[in-house]
Design a binder for this molecule. Structure first.
Ligand code: C5P
Length: 223
């Protein structure tokens, strides 16, 4: 079949990453986690003393790190200037700073360009997950999915992921998650938003397996 480009967007805690990886693996497609790219940029800035709450400082540094994403859904990796960032990008420090960094237009321009070139080179097709893939990065994607879930369910899922860490407190997780979604949805450049031609899948009452099956079926209909 011709390479298929699938955009999966939505807020945190909707199962975007788990779903995107499983769909890519099931269909033999590449996979790109665009949130990991913004996190790697943020991690690099924190590690190099860039003041992440100063948009001018962030803009000036946006062109510096070389960020390389692995596209194997079975083992997604990411490096910044050759250093493995796969683990460090999941810390709370990075999570707390990433919305501010990703709101800076120079950061978005740089990373959007990277995303488009990775999608172009994926000859068997690719699943790209993020916030603005269907609206801005790949407006001509063959399939656009927008995942949603109630705030309660999203916080509970995120708490489950953080089990054992101090952020596992449900109300703290819920507040942090909603704050990040509000920031991501209200920024000027390329906010989190459902594309007009996206298929919305409300995952509140669905198991992960059901969401995966639903998206696999949607992709197969396009192939
Ligand atoms: O998906 P994840 O939670 O790892 O994304 C981390 C952050 O990266 C988001 O909260 C958002 O600020 C930013 N992001 C973005 N555009 C994307 C993907 C992620 O701004 N396409």
């Amino acid at each position: 079949p011709a390479p298929v480009i699938v955009a999966i967007d939505g807020p945190s805690g909707t199962g975007k990453s788990s779903t995107s990886k499983a769909v890519a693996a099931a269909l033999g497609l590449s996979y790109l986690d665009t949130g990991a790219q913004y996190r790697a940029m943020t991690w690099w800035m924190l590690s190099n003393g860039v003041e992440v709450n100063d948009p001018a400082a962030v803009a000036a540094a946006a062109g510096k790190p070389v960020i390389v994403s692995g596209t194997d859904p079975a083992a997604p990796t990411i490096t910044a200037d050759g250093a493995d960032a796969t683990g460090p990008i999941r810390t709370q420090e990075v999570t707390a700073a990433v919305s501010a960094v990703s709101a800076v237009p120079e950061v978005r321009a740089r990373i959007t360009e990277l995303q488009r070139s990775i999608a172009r080179e994926a000859h068997h097709g690719i699943v790209v997950e993020g916030r603005d893939i269907g609206t801005t990065v790949l407006p001509d994607a063959d399939l656009k999915v927008f995942l949603t879930a109630s705030p309660e369910v999203r916080a509970a899922r995120r708490s489950g992921e953080l089990k054992g860490k101090d952020a596992a407190d449900l109300s703290v997780t819920r507040e942090a998650l909603l704050r990040r979604d509000t920031a991501d949805s209200s920024r000027k450049t390329s906010p989190l938003k459902q594309a007009d031609d996206a298929v919305e899948v409300d995952t509140t009452e669905l198991t992960l397996e059901q969401v995966i099956e639903c998206v696999v079926t949607l992709v197969e209909e396009k192939q």
